[in-house]
Ligand binder design. Structure first.
Ligand SMILES: *[C@@H]1O[C@H](CO)[C@@H](O)[C@H](O)[C@H]1NC(C)=O
Ligand SMILES: *[C@@H]1O[C@H](CO)[C@@H](O)[C@H](O)[C@H]1NC(C)=O
Ligand SMILES: [Cu+2]
Length: 189
């Protein structure tokens, strides 16, 4: 009997540790995007359009991470405001990352602006929009102008939500299902 009780006690402890890890994972679920993909955070041969094209190919939500891959001393990744982004003003960045690679967690909705303080004028700059998980098109009361052009024929359903949203839903759902199964199996063992 005592051996059984001890066994059950350590099982319960293990379960608690597992649940804690599950909570941590649940909170930190988010995608990491490597800016510029395999090219990394470099001075783009075609100018700023390179990074605006890259940004247009992705939907960023709160909790995602931008990874700027660059060689320390060659480039920097500075978060700046819109005006500094437009004019390549490097005087007062919000965040000045000089060691590559550098990670930025997108922890609020809204616009984010990044420049390389060395090559901003050559187009090494990135602007993105970050939306909340629940509203990928930023439905915060303000209409998004010109964001829904009429489809010819008009009968196609809207495209499914972005990958990162469904990733989160799957992650949440699997915890909701897994946790009771683990509890029940421990109780029955
Ligand atoms: C950003 O960091 C670099 C390297 O440490 C430094 O030379 C530069 O002055 C910094 N810029 C600002 C605006 O703090
Ligand atoms: C963010 O979205 C708003 C509204 O759709 C748009 O006006 C703005 O230009 C976008 N900003 C960036 C940096 O993409
Ligand atoms: Cu640079």
């Amino acid at each position: 009997m005592e051996i059984m009780a001890t066994k059950f006690g350590s099982c319960a402890k293990l379960l608690l540790v597992c649940l804690l890890f599950a909570c941590v994972i649940e909170v930190s679920v988010g995608r990491t995007y490597t800016v510029g993909d395999s090219s990394g955070w470099q001075t783009p041969p075609n100018g700023a359009v390179t990074f605006s094209n890259w940004a247009n190919q992705h939907t960023f939500v709160v909790g995602d991470v931008l990874e700027f891959n660059f060689q320390t001393g060659v480039h920097t990744a500075a978060r700046v405001n819109k005006n500094a982004f437009d004019t390549c003003n490097t005087a007062n960045p919000i965040d000045n990352e000089t060691d590559g690679p550098a990670d930025f967690t997108l922890d609020t909705t809204g616009e984010y602006y990044f420049i390389c303080t060395i090559h901003c004028n050559q187009g090494q700059k990135l602007a993105i929009n970050v939306t909340s998980t629940g509203s990928p098109s930023g439905s915060g009361g303000s209409p998004s102008p010109g964001s829904s052009p009429a489809t010819p024929g008009g009968e196609l359903p809207p495209p499914p939500p972005s990958g990162s949203v469904s990733t989160r839903v799957v992650a949440t759902a699997s915890f909701v299902i897994l946790v009771p199964i683990v509890i029940i199996s421990v109780l029955l063992s």
